[in-house]
Design a protein around this ligand. Structure first.
Ligand code: TMP
Length: 201
């Protein structure tokens, strides 16, 4: 099973993923915990480029999109596909939906560009995607409490409103794959809601 986790900043993705990871382990499952952008040494280097605020020049939106997919191609080939092929469950903190939400809905890039990349470089989509949804301000104050903000976290509320609307769009189009979790609940409640969608006996 391939499970991804999505949402705007500070909605509690890491906490939920950790709880699910422990739960899978406790049930004797072979489970891989990974993230995007990143998940391999090379893809983590691309992540550092993407999140760094120390650019002497502004990163173009096209460059941002292409770097996301360069990291994703590496991650899919090196980690996700081999793990799935050997029967492991993969828990992935963000995947291709994030590119639709952030680069298309957020940055305003065309769906055609994204479609081209998905068609050619994403051979496997998650079986289930958990979208942790909460009002933008709630998440941003949590992100601010964590310390220095990365290049995305420094964006304005209006950007994240567009990202959230992007996730809403995917949710409406693919309700069988994408499950919305109310991230204003306590971590235990979010975990219980997620568990109600997966059967891991
Ligand atoms: P993280 O903060 O959840 O680790 O993710 C890093 C940032 O990268 C986050 O702000 C969302 C952004 N991102 C995209 O813009 N597009 C993508 O395709 C992915 C995977 C992440």
């Amino acid at each position: 099973m391939f499970i991804s986790f999505e949402g705007t900043e500070g909605v509690g993705k890491s906490t939920l993923i950790r709880k699910l990871y422990d739960h899978f382990l406790a049930h004797g499952q072979d489970v891989v915990l990974t993230r995007e952008p990143g998940g391999t040494p090379l893809a983590e280097q691309i992540r550092a480029l993407l999140l760094s605020v120390n650019h002497d020049e502004q990163m173009s939106h096209d460059t941002e999109l292409l770097l996301m997919y360069a990291a994703r191609a590496q991650h899919l080939q090196q980690v996700i596909l081999p793990a799935l092929a050997s029967g492991k469950t993969v828990l992935c903190d963000r995947f291709a939906d994030a590119s639709f939400a952030y680069q298309c809905a957020g940055r305003g890039l065309s769906r055609e560009k994204l479609q081209l990349l998905n068609d050619n470089f994403v051979s496997k989509m998650p079986d289930i995607t958990f979208w942790l949804d909460a009002p933008i301000e709630t998440g941003m104050s949590r992100a601010r409490e964590r310390g220095a903000l990365d290049r995305f976290e420094q964006e304005k509320v209006t950007f994240f409103e567009k990202v959230r609307a992007g996730y809403q769009e995917i949710f409406e189009k693919q309700p069988e794959r994408m499950k919305r979790l109310d991230a204003t609940q306590t971590p235990d409640q979010v975990f219980a809601q997620a568990l109600s969608y997966i059967d891991i006996e």
